[in-house]
Design a protein around this ligand. Structure first.
Ligand SMILES: O=C(O)c1ccc2[nH]nc(Br)c2c1
Ligand SMILES: O=C(O)c1ccc2[nH]nc(Br)c2c1
Length: 161
């Protein structure tokens, strides 16, 4: 059983994330989307909300599971019996940090990291950019699943000038 973990904050999930998750689901028997519980940073959406959004938008993939985790990513991989991490790469600038993490994770627990080039359509996307644009009333409907767009609008009353 070939399992892969796809980690992130997913605050919220974007079309870029969904592209990576969908492509990974076609390569592995099972993909576990790991939502990081990060005590030091409070996000826009709660962990439960992020998990609910992810489960909703990945419902059509029968081999994708969504779980949250805290602490070391490699411990989560071991607990899930996943040998591989899957990460999207949007630009060369992503690679520096990702390479460092990948080398650490191999060293820590022999967990491999496979990088997937993001669809060029989404290479400028990030959850934080989407939140910033939505906060000021910008239209992000092309960049996030409809469910997420609706929740963003509900959560972020456009900030008045
Ligand atoms: O949601 C995040 O923080 C995040 C970060 C980095 C990421 N690389 N690939 C994916 Br999918 C991904 C998700
Ligand atoms: O949403 C983010 O912050 C984020 C960061 C880094 C990322 N690499 N690939 C993807 Br998809 C991705 C998404």
């Amino acid at each position: 059983m070939r399992r892969a973990v796809c980690p992130g904050s997913f605050d919220p999930v974007t079309n870029g994330h969904l592209d990576i998750i969908g492509r990974a689901s076609r390569l592995f028997d099972e993909v576990i989307v790991g939502v990081l519980i990060n005590q030091s940073k409070s996000g826009l959406f709660t962990i439960e909300e992020r998990i609910a959004m992810l489960r909703e938008v990945t419902a059509s993939y029968d081999n994708v599971r969504v779980e949250s985790f805290r602490g070391l990513l490699v411990d989560f991989c071991r607990a899930q019996q996943a040998e591989v991490l899957i990460k999207g790469l949007r630009a060369v600038s992503d690679f520096d940090y990702e390479l460092q993490m990948a080398q650490m994770n191999i060293g820590l627990a022999g967990v491999e990291t496979l990088f997937m080039p993001t669809n060029p359509l989404y290479s400028f996307l990030s959850s934080s950019l989407v939140k910033d644009v939505a906060k000021w009333g910008g239209d992000v409907s092309a960049h996030v699943p409809d469910l997420v767009g609706d929740l963003l609008r509900q959560r972020l009353v456009p900030t008045q000038e």
